[in-house]
Design a protein. Structure first.
Length: 277
């Protein structure tokens, strides 16, 4: 099982390029960063974590711009979104951003996506909370066409475009792995239908989730070996990580705090023995 991290990259945290170099030097496999375009002042939507929304949610860099700096500073570290709020995005623009980063990084992109939770943020982008997963599905299917077809077209309820050229194409064949966040059976059915991996949080029973994923994959005749599992925010405990590995988890992501250089490197040093290298 590979071990990576997730990190809210901001102007007041350790520089993402320095963190990326430190991760690569220590042997971590990957770094994923989240996305929020903005936080509406209204704050109508409670944060699912409870209490006040943490400061870093207000200050995140654009993920593709930030990851380009990390790509330029590294050679092998995998780089991804955890998660990209795809219902809030234009699929043509996002397809180009993902493909460009994959090309420029030498094929190191992991495309983590999700439906999102912040209703008022979503509405500012013209998306409706109730239909966000229908929109996410069409965005993904349309982006796949843009990535693999020389002349791509898509005609859906939410996404509709006539034949078009869209370059660059991703380095990874046929495209960067698409991993979907969430823990419900609805999420697992979407993973089986149109994604390459599952991105659950450990607040769910991961072992039970793996069994549910196996059952749904069997029902839909999808080879489970074609679906990766990445635990987002895994506890940095050797026994937990060992158990994840035993049940077939492919990647565990540990949290790096949104703090200054010294604080982040101390946490990173405490995680490094977990790599077992």
């Amino acid at each position: 099982m590979d071990i990576g991290v997730y990190f809210f990259s901001t102007a007041y945290s350790i520089g993402i390029e320095e963190l990326a170099r430190e991760l690569e030097q220590r042997g971590f496999e990957s770094m994923l960063i989240p996305e929020h375009t903005h936080i509406p002042v209204s704050r109508k939507t409670p944060w699912p974590g409870g209490g006040d929304l943490p400061k870093e949610y207000y200050h995140t860099y654009d993920p593709f711009v930030a990851l380009s700096f990390a790509a330029a500073a590294t050679k092998s570290l995998k780089l991804g979104t955890g998660i990209c709020l795809l219902p809030q995005r234009d699929p043509i623009v996002t397809a180009k951003s993902v493909a460009s980063l994959d090309q420029l990084s030498g094929g190191r992109v992991i495309f983590g996506v999700g439906g999102g939770w912040n209703v008022d943020e979503m509405e500012n982008h013209g998306a409706e909370y109730s239909s966000r997963f229908k929109l996410l599905r069409e965005n993904i299917l349309a982006m796949k066409q843009l990535w693999v077809e020389e002349q791509a077209e898509f005609h859906g309820e939410f996404v509709d475009f006539d034949p078009a050229f869209c370059w660059p194409k991703p380095t990874q064949n046929p495209h960067p792995p698409i991993i979907l966040g969430g823990e419900t059976d609805y999420t697992l059915r979407r993973v089986v239908e149109f994604c390459d991996g599952w991105l659950p949080r450990p607040r769910a029973d991961i072992e039970d989730g793996m069994e549910r994923l196996r059952r749904i994959a069997d029902e839909e005749n999808r080879d489970l070996d074609t679906i990766s599992v990445t635990v987002f925010g895994a506890p940095p405990k050797p026994e937990k990580l060992a158990r994840y590995s035993e049940i077939g988890v492919h990647r565990a992501l540990l949290q790096i705090p949104t703090e200054d250089r010294d604080a982040c490197l101390r946490v990173l040093d405490s995680y490094t023995p977990l790599l077992g290298k």
